[in-house]
Each structure stands twice: as C-alpha cells, then as structure tokens.
Design a binder for this molecule. Structure first.
Ligand SMILES: Cc1cc2nc3c(=O)[nH]c(=O)nc-3n(C[C@H](O)[C@H](O)[C@H](O)COP(=O)(O)OP(=O)(O)OC[C@H]3O[C@@H](n4cnc5c(N)ncnc54)[C@H](O)[C@@H]3O)c2cc1C
Length: 813
C-alpha cells in the first residue's frame, strides 16, 4: 500500500530554501502534520545555483530583522539538526564612493546597533586592514558587517529539511502539485501520486509561484530576471595570503559600481547587478517553461563587461587569473524587489512565501514569519514590507517587468526619502492630473496613484538627480515652506486621488464595527478616527469612519491600505453585512487653511457652520459632493469628495474662488510637515503592529466601557502592567538632515527609544520627531539625543499634545 499522505494540516508547494524553512519553522511551532511537495529534487529552482551570500545589511528595518534572524539561525542550525554545512562567516566590506553612501551606512549602523549587531564604518585606510587587495583612493569609506558570509544553499535547504523531518514533517520529492480546489473548509491539492486534503496551503514555488497562484485565482505581481555570477581560477597571491592569515577575505560589495566580489576557495566569485539587465519569460517567443529544474540560461558576459573591468581595477588580483565558470540563473522579482510573505489576498487559509530575490539570506527569517502567519495569524515583527497585500491588483505584467528590471538594475542603489523611482509611472491619474501638472506638481505614486508631492516654482530643479539627497533642504524645501505657509495663513488644496473607500451596511453594521475598533462608532452625521487592534492589542490599521445612517458607514483609509484594510474587514465581517469598495468611483481634495470656509462659501451651498468632525452632502459647480470637516493638516478645512466624473468641475470652481483668498495647491511633502506638527500618525510608519494601541499613545481612542472589542483583554492586561514605552513627540536640534525611520533616541548613554517619523515642521520652524520612548524617560522637558546618520543631536521631549494649535482651536474655528 502506498504511504503517500492523503491529508495534512499544511501543504507547502515548493522545496527551495524558503519552502524548507517554512516547513522547519511550522514544526518548531508544534505544527508537525505538514507535507512539503517538491516537483523535482529539493533546491531544483533558484536555490541550487545561488551564490549563497548571507548579508544582514538592509536599509529596511523589517528586512534587516529577517536577515539578522537568518544569520543567527544558520550559525546554530548545523549543530541543532546534526547536518554539517559550509557556512563561512567572513564578514563583509561595503564600499562607499560618496558622502550620501556613507550616510546610508551610518543609518544602517544605527539600525543594526538597535538590533544587537555591531556594524562599523571603516575609513579608507581601515579598509586596507581588513581587505589588503583593494584600491581605496576614490572611496569615502566602507561599512563593515562582521556577520556577513556565505552558505552552501543546497546544504542549508537539506539541513532545514532534515530538521523538519526529525520533528515529524513529510517531504514528497518528485511530486509536483498540479492543482488546488476548495471543498468545504479544506483545500484539495492534486499530484500525480494522489490528492492531499489540507487545512492550509502555502505557495513557496519560487519563480513558478505565478503558475501555482493561478489555481487560487491570484495573478501574482512578479517577473523573472536572469542573474549571473562568475567564478575565477585560483589566485596564487590570495592562496598564500589566506594560508598566512588563516582566514578568507571578507566579502566585498562595491555597491556604487553594483557588484559583489567574494573569495571562493582561493579564487573569486564576481556577481554584478547590471543596469542593462535581462528579463526572462516575458515575451511570446520566450514562454514560461513547464519545467526548468536544475537548468541555467546561457552565459551572457557581454552585458557584464563594464563590471568585470571595474572589479579588476578595484581588486587588481582579479585581473591576473582566468574565468572558470559562469552561472546564469533565474531570480523572481516583485515590483519592489521584496518577497511575498503572508496571507494570500482574498483566499481563505492560503499563504504565500515566494518571489524571493534574496531567498538564501532571507529564508531563515521568512520561515519564521510565514510560520507565525499560519499558526498565529500575526507576526512578531511588523512585516508590511513583505505583505502580499501591499500590491492591490493594478500591477499588470508590463508594470511588473519594468519595475523588476528597475529594481534589479538598482539593486544596491540608495533610496532617498524625497526621490521617486521613474519606472511604472502614470498607472492611475487623478481627474485633475493635467491641472496639477500644469501648476508645477512633481508627483510620486501611492498605490499607483500619482499624487503631487510638491509644486515646483519656475527655476526649481526637478531633475531626478537633485532629489537624491538625505539633506532636508533639497530643491523642494523652499516651495514646501511656501505651501505650508499658505495653508497656515490662507488656504491650500491638496489633490488626493485614490483614498481607499469602503461602504459598510446592513442590520447590525454599527454594532459589528464597535467590536472591531477600540473606540466609539461616531453618531450619525459625524465622523472620527477609528483604530483596529489585533488580539494582542497591536495597531493593525486606522480608518476614518463616517456614519451615514444608523447602520451605514463610509470607511476611508490610506491609498496603500486598500487591499490590506479591505481584506481585514472582509475576513472579520459578520454574516449579512455588506462591504463594498468604492475607491475608484470617488476622488478627494483637501481644502484647508483659515480661508477655506470663505472659499467654500463662494462655491457651495453647504452649511459651513457645521462643526469639526461632521459630514454633509452639498453642491459645487452643479455636482453633488460630500464634505467632511476634517484636516490632516491641522487647520480649518474640509475634504471634498466628488464623483470622478465631477472632480474636474469641482476643482475648477474651487480654484477660481480661491484666487481672491490666496489659495495655493500643496503636495504630500507639505502635508507631512503639517501632520507631524499635529502629532498625527502615519500608517505603517508610526502606526504598525510593532506597537500596541497604548504604546501608540492612542488611549483616548479606547472605549474601555464597551463590553468587548478585538484586543481588549490584551490592552487591559497591558494597562495593568504599565506601558513600557510610549508615543512621544520630540523637538530636535538636528543638523542638515531630518532623522530617518528608526533613528534611535539616546539618554545618558543608552538607547531609550526610536523615531518612526522625522520631518521639518514649517509652522513651528523646527525638526520634529514622532516615536516611541521608554516610559520613565517620556517626561516633558527631558533632554535626550537623537542619532541622525551617525551623529547625536540634542532633543527635548514635548508635552503629550500637538506642537501646533495644541487645543485644536484652528481646526474647530
Ligand atoms: C545566480 C544567482 C545567484 C544568487 N545568489 C544569491 C545569494 O547569494 N544570496 C541570496 O540570498 N539569494 C541569491 N539568489 C536568489 C536565490 O537563489 C533565491 O531567492 C532563492 O533560491 C529562492 O528560494 P525559494 O525557495 O523561494 O525558491 P526556489 O529555490 O526556486 O524553490 C521553489 C521550488 O518550488 C518547486 N516547485 C515549483 N512549482 C512546483 C509545483 N507545482 N509543485 C511542487 N514543487 C514546485 C521548484 O521545483 C523549486 O524547487 C541567487 C539567484 C541566482 C539566480
């Protein structure tokens, strides 16, 4: 009788490093009734030929967390499962050619320190001490990462598989999944060896993930790049040096020239990320193959010529030997280069752990994250950077290919806070895009929607290069100040297409919503901010809730939250209630500033005496609009919501009326400045599952009197224990840069917190930080320091009130 498993709690499709790690971590969590299906031998996809570099470096906090965890796991895994592995922890040096690059390194050193890692900046002279064979004359410095190294990817996968088997999981090799169907509460996965019924399924199919996703109705946002590395012959000098010092060279990354160079035995391994890169399987004459197991693409060295020459100049030893082998294999890319890890949007009991660009160094952490999603429905660290719901369905193949190639060609590029990447743009345009553009708008995409970020004045430098700076005072700065001042002194209008918008209706809708949010559902005719907590009391999301009728609400949320929030609401929705997405039917402008009432009075029949946090329908330019008396900018103001077909007429009318009142269009940069002055939190910056509602300083949005709401028990327990760290506002005497995300806060020589927002407030004329501070230090007036790109700057903890208009008198005017 066949012993093929016919049922399992979890089936994982794909046996690369990531699938094996997911299996291992599920077992570690006690979920051992799991089966992994691999169509060929384990590692047959991208894993077998990967170079196996295991960096911890990332400029993203969550990705760094994942990679740090991987490196820690790999150091002990061999012993733990009794499977010796070639894992060389050589450390690495990441070379910097510019001041901006060193600033990036400083930022990462700060994040690393906060994660318990001792990364260091090296001067050009110091570089020679750890890497004697490198030319340093044109360098500004380097980052030394002592935890970096390389691992044999096949051994890693086998070790994870062995560990999982030891704990009771099963691995079926040469057993492709060929389809999936839903029967009742189960998934039925078909294979040539028979069907397996399971509660939960995980797509870990690497570059085949889109094919597997189709069975679940998914069109995965991904494409496939070809990536090459080259192995060089033994270098006698290197061999002698290695023998003498007793260890290998650290891995060298010349990030400004876009390649890594690693010692491989006593030769080199050179791996470029070239700008003139190649996508595969994206055209009709290059169709996606049914099976590519253990296969490679033909060598294509021509496109790497520049990098080879550059590397030979950088490390002249490389030029002394011949090339012995080229590996050219497929790597999948999402449009932002991060993998998909988490619940499959819109599909019950199905998860994704696929489309990994750096799946060897991330496999360990990814397995942990995936296992948490499956077994607990939530992750320890906020993992929005990898959440499949960050894509919302507009990402067609052309977009995926363009973005994938852009990310690949800039794999090591610096991501500056005011720079927007140029590919895949203009996917979704506001009805008044042409108008804002004509007024000088510089745009950036938000969930594909092009929104003005600032309005360039004649002579302002809008070139892409000019935006590539960490400095506060880039080309936008003076214009943004004028925009913020117009909002303060007269009025500003911000075009905000793509606000995510849901309508919730049905008998009991209000009672249901009351159980989902921590606070009160607003009364009919009013609106308010609502916070959604998870069972641990952590911040899942924030929405504006406008109560239209007893059991009818409009929920408005960030553009980027469309899929995330829609999914969260639908997942918990009570039977009989209806939830519909109206995002694309409406558009929004924020009209705000002391003159906004006078402007609206000229063009609308609205009752403008209605107070703050009310809403009403009214007419502008003959069209029905919905006016909400709120302002994220913290001034008197209204959101004007209009049907897309009417938006242009409404805009024109408001702009005409605004002429006599000093109305000026403003962008997202000014809005950021204005909202930090008010202490308004931004989703997935200040508001994330890394923090609880109480830590977030949101207790005024908690209605403890409610018998029940999600997260209540956890929050009550936390309140009783005392909150260990809490939201704080700092005024910082910063230098030329504002603090980046996760800049650390210091007090008496110790780290006492971190910033989740840092920006210059033009109304208060100071650099403002919003973040989390240990409760004992979180006392107004306390002097602390903030680390910004490696230097400490004095800062003062503020009262728990907005820095601008603390009593909200201007908003209520
Ligand atoms: C040349 C090169 C060098 C690289 N170097 C590095 C590096 O140094 N460091 C790093 O971190 N990353 C590196 N990468 C990337 C890395 O290889 C991948 O990110 C990683 O291997 C992805 O692992 P995975 O488990 O997600 O996917 P894969 O390894 O592709 O595994 C997916 C598995 O799913 C199986 N499968 C697919 N469909 C089915 C089905 N229907 N049923 C059953 N099984 C199925 C496939 O056979 C495959 O084994 C490199 C990639 C290339 C091409």
């Amino acid at each position: 009788m066949s012993d093929f498993p016919t049922s399992a709690r979890v089936v994982i499709i794909g046996g690369g490093a990531v699938g094996a790690s997911a299996l291992y971590h599920l077992c570690k969590a006690g979920w051992t009734d799991c089966v992994l299906l691999e169509k060929n031998e384990l590692t047959a996809g991208s894993t077998w030929h990967a170079a196996g570099n295991v960096p911890t470096f990332s400029s993203s906090w969550s990705i760094m967390n994942m990679q740090r965890y991987s490196a820690e796991l790999y150091r002990r895994l061999g012993d733990e499962v009794d499977y010796p592995m070639n894992y060389n922890v050589t450390g690495s040096v990441r070379l910097g050619h510019t001041k901006e690059r060193l600033q990036e390194f400083q930022k990462v050193v700060g994040m690393g320190r906060y994660q318990g890692m001792d990364l260091k900046i090296l001067s050009p002279e110091d570089i020679k001490k750890v890497y004697p064979f490198v030319e340093t004359h044109d360098l500004t410095g380097a980052l030394h990462d002592p935890y970096d190294g390389d691992i044999d990817p096949a051994q890693l996968t086998q070790a994870l598989a062995k560990g999982a088997r030891q704990m009771g999981a099963r691995i079926e090799r040469f057993c492709p999944a060929t389809g999936a169907r839903r029967e009742g509460d189960e998934w039925v996965i078909s294979t040539p060896k028979g069907e397996i019924r399971c509660e939960i399924v995980v797509n870990a199919a690497g570059y085949y993930a889109r094919e597997v996703g189709k069975w679940f109705g998914r069109d995965l946002p991904m494409m496939v790049m070809s990536h090459q590395y080259m192995l060089f012959d033994t270098v006698p000098e290197l061999e002698a040096w290695t023998k003498e010092v007793g260890h290998k060279l650290p891995l060298l990354r010349d990030v400004d020239s876009s390649y890594y160079l690693r010692q491989e035995k006593n030769g080199f391994n050179l791996g470029p990320y070239e700008g003139n890169c190649k996508a595969h399987w994206v055209t009709k004459d290059d169709p996606f193959p049914e099976d590519f197991s253990f296969q490679l693409f033909p060598d294509d060295l021509e496109r790497l010529e520049w990098h080879i020459n550059d590397a030979m100049e950088r490390v002249p030893l490389l030029g002394k030997v011949g090339l012995s082998k080229v590996i050219n294999g497929p790597i999948p890319y999402t449009p932002d280069g991060n993998p998909l890890i988490g619940p499959m949007p819109g599909v019950p009991n199905a998860f994704e752990a696929c489309v990994f660009t750096f799946g060897i160094c991330q496999a360990g952490g990814a397995g942990k994250v995936l296992a948490e999603w499956v077994t607990e429905g939530a992750t320890e660290w906020d993992m929005w950077s990898c959440d499949p719901r960050r894509f919302t369905g507009f990402e067609d193949q052309e977009y995926c290919v363009k973005k994938g190639m852009e990310v690949y060609g800039h794999e090591y590029a610096i991501h500056f806070p005011h720079h927007a990447w140029p590919e895949g743009r203009d996917k979704k345009l506001s009805a008044v895009h042409a108008h804002t553009k004509a007024l000088g708008a510089v745009f950036a995409p938000y969930n594909g929607w092009e929104r003005p970020v600032w309005y360039a004045r004649p002579g302002d430098d809008v070139s892409e290069d000019a935006q590539r700076t960490w400095d506060r005072e880039g080309p936008w700065f003076a214009a943004v100040r004028e925009e913020a001042q117009a909002v303060r002194d007269a009025a500003g209008i911000l075009d905000l297409p793509g606000f995510s918008r849901f309508v919730l209706k049905g008998a009991g809708a209000s009672a249901w919503l009351a159980q989902q949010i921590t606070g009160k559902v607003p009364n009919v005719g009013r609106l308010g901010l609502a916070y959604f907590a998870d069972d641990k009391g952590r911040i899942v999301t924030e929405m504006s809730v406008a109560r239209i009728a007893e059991d009818e609400m409009v929920l408005i949320t960030a553009a980027t939250a469309q899929s995330h929030d829609g999914e969260w609401l639908r997942r918990h929705l009570a039977p009989g209630l209806s939830l519909t997405d109206h995002t694309t039917e409406w558009s929004t402008q924020i009209l705000t500033g002391p003159k906004s009432r006078a402007i609206l009075a000229e063009v609308s029949d609205a009752d403008l005496a209605k107070g703050w946090l009310t809403h009403q329908t009214a007419r502008i330019a003959g069209a029905e609009v919905w006016l909400c008396r709120v302002s994220f900018a913290g001034e008197l103001g209204w959101e004007i919501h209009s049907k897309v077909a009417d938006t242009e007429a409404v805009w024109n009318a408001v702009m005409r009326a605004g002429k006599g009142h000093g109305l000026r269009p403003f962008g997202m940069f000014a809005l950021n400045s204005l909202r930090v002055e008010k202490g308004y939190r931004a989703w997935k910056g200040d508001l994330s599952t890394d923090y609880t509602i109480l830590q977030g300083g949101l207790e005024r949005f908690v209605d403890w009197a409610k018998p029940e709401f999600r997260g209540k028990a956890a929050l009550e327990a936390e309140k009783q224990r005392g909150v260990a760290k809490r939201f704080a506002t700092l005024v910082i005497e910063a230098g030329e840069q504002d603090p980046p995300y996760m800049a650390t806060i210091w007090h008496e020589g110790k780290i006492v917190g971190e910033l989740t927002s840092g920006y210059y407030g033009h109304r208060v004329g100071a650099c403002i930080g919003l973040g989390m501070l240990k409760t004992d230090v979180n006392v107004p007036g306390t002097k602390v320091q903030v680390e910004i790109f490696g230097s400490l700057y004095p800062a003062v903890v503020q009262e728990d009130a907005p820095l601008w208009d603390a009593k909200n008198e201007r908003i209520r005017a």
